[in-house]
Write a protein that binds this ligand. Structure first.
Ligand SMILES: Nc1ncnc2c1ncn2[C@@H]1O[C@H](COP(=O)(O)OP(=O)(O)OP(=O)(O)O)[C@@H](O)[C@H]1O
Ligand SMILES: [Mg+2]
Length: 421
């Protein structure tokens, strides 16, 4: 055991009672920015220092760990001035403490890999499932099976997530005795804590402002109040996920689209191929803070400099810049009706198949819904949120979704770009 005094003032008061809690299943759920992830990372480091626990941190897809949980854990190490005590391996995604206790990070896209994890000392005692609503029940069951084995300390599973839909398996499995008005729940095997941004004493004021002024009822319920959401009229039901690794370059024609973002919104790129009335979504990226040069470099990896990239028409200047970086970028068709036109085009496929590594795309498909009016009636316009990847996809498909006579705008745009009018 390494004796480090952790100043309790670092930890949000609502979570402090859980710092040494040994309950087998612990659930931290609730609204956005309520401190769930930071606390899970803090408790992990505190446990590791004690010298008898090893952690496995999982997300549904491994590639999302690097930017989220791995960074959260590193932040805690640096904020608590403990970097002298930890070896951080960025390429293997492991964190090893001077007492040889370890933290591993993995995605459930490769549950087999979990079997191969052998900590230096003892076994994996703790699993933290971050954004656990992304995980399906099968992967969860497989994971728990692979973690059997004897350990000196009680094994624990810790969940953190936003309650995006009441029909979720997590609700059915763990929330039978939890009333909506409850703040916490406890039995010998299960502890649940619901938190909101109000519980986070470290929150930036502008984050509170956004949450308090949320106009959409569903988003207010889930992300501001931290309550189980009921999805309204879902826009896409014709989709599934699959491992498309083997199909990445298998199609003769691809369509590519880009939605610009920067600080508050991500930049999203979509690459897809329609075939036999199915739409295969094989590539993408989704990142905050990307400059146009980086976007060009990233897009070039998959589309080279010949394929068209159809971009958000509201930013022609950025699109011109992408052309300057050697991308065959043009503005997608926008204007009145183009959103619904694009949606209907995506809906017309028998099936949309999304590569299972593209969690950001899956998340958007799962919750993209039509606006409801005051009386709860379904409107004809989608909720303008969590639609960055979907917008990129609409732009991509604007290359085929409009009739030939409609598609003059592409050529028109190229002409403008070339100074021909
Ligand atoms: N103990 C802490 N010390 C310092 N800052 C904190 C602490 N807890 C939370 N924060 C700040 O609050 C922000 C939001 O916290 P966190 O990311 O843990 O929320 P969350 O509940 O996981 O949100 P989401 O539901 O959106 O994932 C953090 O990015 C960090 O800036
Ligand atoms: Mg979080």
């Amino acid at each position: 055991m390494i004796n480090v005094n952790i100043d309790p003032r670092h930890i949000n008061p609502v979570y402090r009672p859980y710092l040494n809690d040994q309950t087998r299943t612990q659930i931290f759920f609730g609204g956005a920015s309520s401190g769930k992830s930071v606390f899970a990372a803090e408790r992990c480091i505190s446990d590791i220092l004690k010298g008898d626990r090893n952690y496995l941190v999982v997300r549904n897809t491994g590639n999302t760990n690097k930017k989220s949980t791995f960074n959260e854990i590193r932040q805690v190490i640096y904020n608590w001035n403990l970097h002298g005590l930890f070896k951080i391996n960025k390429s293997e995604l492991t964190v090893t403490c001077a007492n040889n206790q370890q933290i591993y990070f993995t995605g459930l896209d490769d549950v087999e890999k979990v079997k191969g994890i052998r900590p230096i000392k003892g076994v994996i005692t703790d699993v933290w499932l971050e954004e656990a609503t992304e995980i399906n029940k099968d992967s969860y069951l497989q994971l728990t099976k692979r973690l059997r084995g004897i350990s000196r300390v009680p094994k624990r599973l810790t969940f953190s997530f936003n309650p995006i839909m009441r029909t979720h398996w997590i609700y059915k499995e763990f929330f039978q005795n939890f009333q909506d008005s409850d703040r916490d729940y406890r039995d010998p095997h299960l502890a649940i804590l619901k938190t909101t941004y109000k519980d986070n004493l470290f929150l930036a004021p502008e984050d509170a402002y956004y949450l308090e002024n949320e106009k959409n009822e569903y988003y207010y319920k889930v992300y501001t109040l931290g309550e189980w959401g009921v999805l309204g009229h879902l826009i896409f039901k014709n989709w599934k996920t699959a491992n498309l690794t083997g199909l990445r370059d298998a199609f003769s024609t691809y369509y590519n689209g880009l939605d610009y973002g920067y600080t508050n919104d991500p930049t999203a790129f979509a690459r897809c191929a329609p075939k036999d009335n199915k739409l295969y979504i094989t590539h993408g990226f989704y990142e905050y803070g990307m400059k146009n040069e980086q976007i060009a470099a990233e897009a070039k990896k998959t589309i080279g400099n010949r394929e068209y990239l159809r971009c958000d028409p509201s930013e022609p200047k950025s699109t011109a810049e992408l052309r300057g970086h050697g991308i065959n970028a043009i503005s997608a068709r926008g204007g009145p009706g183009s959103v619904n036109h694009g949606i209907q085009y995506i809906q017309h496929f028998d099936e949309v198949i999304i590569d299972r590594e593209m969690q950001y795309a899956i998340n958007e498909f799962q919750t993209y819904q039509f606006e409801l009016n005051k009386d709860g009636e379904v409107m004809n316009s989608p909720v303008d949120k969590d639609n960055h990847f979907i917008d990129a996809l609409r732009y991509a498909l604007s290359g085929v979704s409009f009739r030939p006579s409609d598609s003059q705008e592409d050529i028109g745009d190229l002409r403008t770009a070339m100074g021909l009018r």
